[in-house]
Design a binder for this molecule. Structure first.
Ligand SMILES: Cc1cc2nc3c(=O)[nH]c(=O)nc-3n(C[C@H](O)[C@H](O)[C@H](O)COP(=O)(O)O)c2cc1C
Length: 367
């Protein structure tokens, strides 16, 4: 029987175990530049089979939160090189999560304080984090403007550049963030997309931008180190869809032939309930559609997993399990799960913003 501690190949990525660190925004990159403290934080967690970085903006327009990193300036790339170097020195593997927030932003974070961009001029009833005098403050997102179709090739180009930058920085690959109510999911889902052009309406049109992004990135760096994160029914950041099973099954048919390294599926409400009574979703069917259509990428699952649930997921055919909150407080999560040791409890007060406290000071078992 496969265990969490068995290795697995995911495209070009060779994972020493099936435990991934889920992407976790921590708002500790002032001016969007990764710091040496971040290098230390990721290196501490390098025994994970795969580290997925915090969501990382592909362009200034893609920014939606204070002090989250980017992947478009020389200073940012120099910062990330220190991160990948530290992780590789600790025998880890790390991919960067590529992010465009779309409408989940605030004018104060946008170039020239313009309105954030979205498929349609529909405001998300959600909050973003601004850090004022070192204190994280949750504020309403701003009213977005609808993107002109003529602007979309530029956004696809930004993804392509970011992927190229990722490889130049030493990342082992990229994970496209198409989950949690951000730009690519805003295009996918009916609740945020009311377009009447080639990027709205039917399934083909709503998946168009996402697939253009995937193709641009796989063309740039190769499909075998490109991955994608999806969250079919999450209500995160005020996102909804009328028929999620339909569009995500359709998307599996489109993704299957592209040869991605892995698909990362957030089951249920991100960080919340795994089952949503008013949004039933069949994840086994989703995987079956992908496999039947020839998809060979590793199947990564996430949301509220503990060791027992993770083992059940592997027995049911998942390949990798991503842990988020447990990784905040347990740099040695792999060792702790292996030894059935108790886990440290994460401190919510230090999730977003700040310094080493609640970031790099969680003890390992041996400490
Ligand atoms: C502090 C924090 C930051 C997060 N940042 C991201 C992020 O940058 N990108 C993303 O896709 N998900 C993000 N998530 C969601 C997690 O990756 C994960 O899906 C969620 O925490 C559920 O997994 P868990 O139960 O193992 O924590 C974040 C969650 C938390 C708690």
């Amino acid at each position: 029987m496969t265990t969490l501690f068995d290795p697995i190949q995911a495209g070009r990525l060779h994972l020493s175990n099936r435990i991934a660190m889920a992407p976790l925004t921590r708002n500790r990159a002032p001016d969007a530049i990764p710091t040496p403290l971040m290098a230390q934080y990721y290196a501490q967690r390098a025994s994970a089979g795969l580290l997925i970085t915090e969501a990382t903006a592909i362009s200034p327009q893609a920014q939606g939160y204070s002090d989250v990193p980017g992947l478009y300036s020389t200073e940012q790339l120099d910062g990330w090189k220190k991160v990948t170097h530290a992780v590789h020195a600790a025998d880890g593997q790390i991919v960067v999560q590529l992010w465009h927030v779309g409408r989940v932003s605030h004018t104060s974070l946008q170039p020239e304080h313009q309105a954030p961009v979205a498929p349609s001029a529909l405001r998300a009833h959600t909050k973003t984090v601004l850090i004022q005098d070192g204190v994280p403050t949750f504020v309403d997102t701003s009213m977005p403007r609808a993107l002109d179709a003529a602007e979309l090739p530029g956004i696809v180009q930004d993804y392509r550049h970011a992927a190229r930058n990722a490889i130049a920085c030493g990342f082992d690959g990229v994970e496209i963030h198409a989950a949690n109510g951000y730009l690519l999911e805003q295009f996918l889902k009916t609740g945020a997309n009311q377009r009447t052009d080639d990027y709205g309406g039917n399934l083909k049109n709503r998946t168009r931008l996402l697939l253009e992004v995937v193709r641009a990135i796989t063309d740039e760096i190769g499909p075998d180190r490109t991955a994608i994160r999806l969250s079919p029914v999450t209500p995160a950041n005020d996102i909804t869809d009328d028929h999620p099973q339909q569009i995500f099954d359709y998307l599996m048919h489109q993704l299957a032939p592209l040869g991605l390294a892995y698909l990362h599926i957030v089951e249920g409400a991100t960080g919340g309930a795994r089952e949503l009574p008013d949004q039933p979703f069949d994840y086994a069917q989703l995987k079956a559609v992908y496999r039947t259509a020839g998809g060979q990428g590793a199947w990564m699952v996430n949301n509220a997993y503990d060791k027992a649930m993770a083992e059940q997921a592997l027995a049911a055919g998942a390949d990798i399990v991503a842990f988020g909150r447990p990784y905040i407080a347990n740099p040695d999560l792999v060792e702790r799960l292996q030894r059935n040791a108790p886990l440290n409890t994460p401190d919510r007060a230090t999730f977003y913003g700040g310094g080493a406290e609640g970031y790099t000071d969680y003890p390992t078992l041996d400490a």
